[in-house]
Design a binder for this molecule. Structure first.
Ligand code: NAD
Length: 255
């Protein structure tokens, strides 16, 4: 029941959290090659090594279009094609617009938008370019967030950046449909990854405690594996007629 046999995959932000969990899940599902792309070199190499022979690491800053271009091109050169892009790299801690638009820091938001929006666009664009060049009817999955769909509404710049991701998959899916390329996003609820723990100044357990009562679904908390399962669904043939969609996986998160 391996859903990704023969598939060549890139995962941005794959050195940690949701990206790392998805890299492991994709390898378990028989992916031919999983390329982890991240700013964190040491952690990325460690994860790739622990996953095994199908997995490699490429250092890449997604805000730099040239680096994204060479990430995609060197993947195609090494593995012959690109089937799946999981554009997942994102930041939260550089956000400074916590509560009110009155405090909105335009300089800080530029830095956040550079990763969460510009980086996403670059990854979708160049993955699609490579897929068209290779004649691959590929799947592109981006990471938005539950906060894009709820009343959480803060940090303001982060929420806006994640709403942009929902818009991006809608727009990109239109032009890529004629090539058979699908573009979707996943919107996870809060999970205790380094991104969340640094922002909340707590650990994974603290995150679970802080958000548990805000979920409709009781009797358990959202785990990385649940998000990785949703990404797998969007990446593989099970979702062959799903495009432009935002798959919310948040245990009914209603803050
Ligand atoms: P994480 O911090 O564990 O992982 C994010 C990874 O992205 C890190 O390894 C980091 O080095 C990398 N990264 C940051 N900037 C980069 C850049 N410019 N170029 C390349 N890589 C870069 O956090 P995570 O929670 O796994 O976050 C993954 C995605 O999930 C993000 O887009 C985040 O916004 C989103 N998300 C997280 C949650 C949550 O609660 N953890 C909820 C919804 C959405």
């Amino acid at each position: 029941n391996k859903k990704l046999e023969g598939k060549v995959v890139i995962i941005t932000g794959g050195a940690s959290g949701i990206g790392e969990a998805t890299a492991r899940h994709f390898a378990d599902h028989g992916a031919q090659a999983v390329v982890i792309a991240d700013l964190q070199e040491e952690k990325g190499l460690e994860v790739a090594f622990s996953i095994g022979y199908c997995c490699t690491f490429i250092k890449c800053d997604v805000t730099d279009e040239q680096q994204v271009t060479s990430l995609v091109d060197s993947t195609v050169k090494a593995h012959g094609k690109l089937d799946i892009m999981f554009s997942n790299a994102g930041v939260l801690s550089m956000s400074s617009s916590e509560q009110s638009i009155l405090e909105f820091d335009l300089e800080a938001s530029d830095k956040l938008f550079a990763v969460n929006v510009r980086g996403m666009i670059a990854c979708v664009k160049h993955a699609a370019r490579a897929m068209v060049e290779c004649g691959v009817k590929g799947s592109i999955v981006c990471t938005s967030s539950a906060v894009a769909n709820t009343d959480a509404a803060r940090p303001i710049d982060y929420v806006l950046s994640k709403q942009a991701v929902v818009g991006l998959v809608r727009c990109a899916s239109r032009g890529l449909g004629e090539h058979g390329i699908r573009v979707n996003c996943v919107s996870p609820g809060p999970i205790g990854t380094p991104l969340m723990c640094n922002w909340m100044h707590t650990n994974a357990e603290g995150i679970e405690k802080a958000f548990e009562s805000m979920n409709f679904l009781k009797g358990g908390v959202l785990k990385l594996r649940n998000v990785a399962d949703a990404v797998l669904f969007l990446a593989c043939e099970d979702s062959q007629f799903v495009t432009g969609h935002n798959l919310v996986v948040d245990a009914g998160f209603r803050p």
